[in-house]
Write a protein that binds this ligand. Sequence first.
Ligand code: GDP
Ligand code: IMO
Ligand code: MG
Length: 423
Amino acid sequence: MAVDLLLGLQWGDEGKGKIVDVLTSKYDIIARFQGGPNAGHTLEFDGIKHVLRTIPSGIFHENSMNLIGNGVVIDPVVFIQELEGLKQFNIDFKSKLLLSRKAHVILPTHRLLDAASEASKGKAKIGSTLKGIGPSYMDKTGRNGIRLGDLELNSWKEKYRALANKHEELIAFHSVDIQYNLQEMEDEFFKAVETLKELTFIDSEEYLHQAQKSGKTILAEGAQGSLLDIDFGTYPFVTSSNTTAAGACTGLGVAPGQIGEVYGIFKAYTTRVGSGPFPTELFDEVGAKMAKVGHEFGAVTGRPRRCGWLDLVALKYTCQVNGVTQLMMMKGDVLSGFDELKVCTAYSYKGKEITHLPYNIEPENVTPIYSVFKCWKEDLTKMRETSKFPKELNTYIDFLEKELELPIKVVSVGPDRTQTIHR
Ligand code: GDP
Ligand code: IMO
Ligand code: MG
């Protein structure tokens, strides 16, 4: 059986958690393949809202197995808090949640290093979630990291001490004022590690290989968005993993030829949290309205998300890089009643009109060129059928499908599981 992927096509927070939850009934296994607790995936059903950080968004379904792949970085402290938050649902984590031995561990000093690195950058800061993501992936590629499998060995604390000592030297090297009590952080961390070890660690690539052989259906859940990809995103204002389709291969051990559907998910407009270029960003009352109506505040940090029009130059690029096979449009309901809608179809780049994403999309190089649409007035949140869609919404969708050369198969009209329309 092929492995299907669900990926965010913008700068994250497209609504991946909601859609994975909706799709889970079709899949036996939901597998996260990259990122860590920098992610915040929101699910809403039966009047409950939940934000997941590292745990896959299939966890609430009785029959799904949930797997955290080798490409993920895990902070035991955050992870245990996440489990605590789910206590009320009586989920049997030992049997429903599997963790790859090859996943890397975020140490307390990784978090401190993240803070020191950001503080030392001043105005040029990335706007990181400060969860230790960058430093832990640096230790992974630097071949110094500690993996979940190491926690099963007696010697891991020696390795930990040596690494933490090195990190303390690096923190001091940054010469910034970071106040911390490492002893306290370590007490919390070691306690969390012991609880984490009660869960099921596996050789996940072998598990997935056997699952595929026996005909099990698998959905890989992406975190962040393609424009935050370490290679293809707006570097250096990106995260430290491959958020694009290829990341699912390396983050799970799935061969490229085994990838099936690639579901690409995007908001009907654009948001970004943290620093970095954003050509279609709005600084006026229209952007403020998107933020207000869309409740655009980060699920992890609570920071306001920057808002702007849909950018088809960027979206075409991410559809290509990912090999997207079908699209899902989220949050169309937020735009109801806007005076007009704009969609960026090209950039003016150094005086020339271009339709591809150039190396540098800083505002001094790029000015968006827009097509303008009439907006729908109707409230979409109670609609459940495409036949009820206002004609302006159909025009918008048709235009996007034509430009992107891909079908939009799902239109989401609210945060709840039931507010999902299949086309
Ligand atoms: P993720 O990181 O991609 O899973 O997305 P987040 O959970 O960080 O952010 C998406 C936010 O939009 C969450 O608060 C969702 O509950 C909400 N949401 C998802 N789909 C829709 C939608 O179609 N309409 C509205 N109004 N909200 C939505
Ligand atoms: P989900 O999975 C939106 C952003 C941060 C920052 C940059 C680097 O919920 O869509 P990091 O902590 O990785 O060093 O931050 O990436 N970022 C996200 N933005 N959604 C996310 O995840 C994000 N994860 C990281 O704001 O700009
Ligand atoms: Mg999010």
